[in-house]
Design a binder for this molecule. Structure first.
Ligand SMILES: [Zn+2]
Length: 139
């Protein structure tokens, strides 16, 4: 049996892998080397890249943003900083799942799961608030 076709807007992971293997994720290049990042236009959803020496014509080009060409280039310090904060988010998700009972769901349906998650997070925040108040009273 053939696999079901992906919806039109779905991201085909094998296509992404193929494009990465072909090196399509790399910045534009010329005889002078790899082009350097020259900014992003978030409204236009595109990044600007420049020839390292500026001798090429045109000396810069716009690259439309997609999964392979994010608006914040992956090898930049800003991207590294953003990705590092990912760990903190995942740690909190793990805490909610394992310590605050969000993983063993005993309810079905989006509305009920949403209510369960909301109440759980509300209880967690109430505990954090009580702890903060107790700490400020002690000081
Ligand atoms: Zn060049």
């Amino acid at each position: 049996m053939l696999p079901a076709a992906l919806p039109e807007d779905a991201i085909d992971p094998t296509d992404l892998q193929r494009r990465v293997k072909r090196g399509e994720h790399r910045p534009p290049t010329c005889d002078h080397g790899d082009w350097t990042f020259a900014g992003a236009d978030f409204k236009r959803k595109a990044t600007k890249w420049r020839c390292p020496t500026g001798e090429c014509a045109p000396a810069s080009t716009w690259v439309k943003a997609d999964r392979l060409h994010p608006l914040i280039p992956r090898e930049s310090e800003r991207s590294r900083k953003l990705y590092r904060s990912r760990g903190a988010v995942e740690r909190e998700f793990g805490r909610l799942k394992n310590e605050w009972a969000l993983l063993p769901l005993r309810v079905r349906g989006l509305a009920r799961v949403q209510l369960h998650a909301d109440l759980t997070i509300l209880a967690k925040l109430a505990c954090a608030l009580a702890k903060a108040r107790a700490a400020s009273l002690a000081a």
